[in-house]
Design a protein around this ligand. Structure first.
Ligand code: AMP
Ligand code: FE
Ligand code: FE
Ligand code: ZN
Length: 281
């Protein structure tokens, strides 16, 4: 029998279909290079990279897991929800992420208009950083700021100019978290909270709120993620157990866009088996 450490599973990566810096094929190549056996592509608010990734993964002998990371709101809080194995053609789910993607374009344009009062930046320069059809995000604005020599990297752009509490920040339409959990389930998908205790992004969900989400149909929590301390991971494990939530681990790889290295955190094969079993339920 193959031991748990011999099946390497990373369930959270991004490509140029959103804010990663590598194509879906290049992400799959990086996954193979890192010795992964199973890898998910989870671009923000889009399933458009699946076909390319699936075919590249097959060529590398990798098991491909189709996924998506949905930007949601929970009250005033911004929360990321991972969805696995959903039907990408499901009208209700596709309608919500399409609305979010459209709103992201006007939002980025308004963001740039505000930034342009302070730094040398045009909307055209930002558009040049976005692959055709990709989900537009702050990282693309960051890349244009880097190209213009205003900041050294994405990290520096987010520290001030693009900060969520900053003077230029503009929000975009995003579905309600509880509604999104229902839409993912209705589309045959498995909803998992992405980096639920990543505090640097702002306020995070409480234990009670996560319990309410479990009652609303949430299936899992991303526990092993670089934005969680060891004590936060331990606390999430204690929370997930009694609620019957699956626990995952993943890199949140963005190519060169973030320091996160592919395969730096992994999902236990038993947890992955439960996630697969939950699909279509
Ligand atoms: P948006 O969805 O447009 O609000 O942008 C959020 C995205 O920016 C997230 O998905 C992260 O991948 C990325 N991001 C957030 N903070 C940083 C950072 N410090 N460095 C690089 N990327 C970041
Ligand atoms: Fe991202
Ligand atoms: Fe995220
Ligand atoms: Zn992510």
């Amino acid at each position: 029998m193959v031991g748990p450490d011999l099946v390497r599973i990373d369930l959270h990566t991004h490509s140029t279909r959103s804010d990663g810096t590598q194509s879906p094929t290049e992400v799959m190549a990086a996954a193979a290079q890192a010795g992964l056996d199973v890898v998910a592509l989870t671009d923000h608010d889009t399933s458009q990279g699946w076909a390319e990734a699936a075919s590249a993964a097959a060529g590398f002998g990798l098991q491909f897991v189709p996924g998506m990371e949905i930007s949601c709101v929970f009250g005033q809080m911004s929360v990321h929800l991972l969805s696995y194995f959903h039907d990408p053609a499901d009208d209700a789910l596709h309608g919500e992420v399409s609305a979010s993607r459209t709103s992201r374009i006007t939002r980025a344009e308004r963001f740039v208009a505000s930034l342009a009062t302070e730094v040398d930046l045009t909307w055209r320069q930002v558009q040049a950083q976005v692959a055709p059809g990709a989900t537009v995000g702050r990282p693309h604005i960051a890349d244009a700021l880097v190209a213009n020599g205003i900041v050294a990297d994405r990290e520096e752009a987010f520290a001030d100019l693009l900060h969520a509490q900053g003077r230029h920040y503009v929000s975009h339409y995003a579905p309600d978290l509880i509604a999104a959990i229902g839409l993912v389930r209705a589309a045959g998908g498995v909803p998992v909270l992405a980096h639920p205790r990543a505090r640097h992004r702002g306020s995070v969900l409480s234990d009670d709120q996560i319990q309410a989400l479990a009652q609303a149909g949430l299936v899992g929590l991303e526990v092993d993620h670089r934005d969680h301390t060891q004590s936060e991971r331990a606390a999430l494990r204690e929370l997930a157990g009694p609620l019957g939530l699956i626990m995952t681990g993943a890199s949140d790889y963005h190519g060169d866009g973030k320091p996160n290295r592919i395969a730096e955190n992994l999902t236990h094969p038993q947890m992955f088996a439960e996630l697969v079993a939950a699909a279509g339920a």
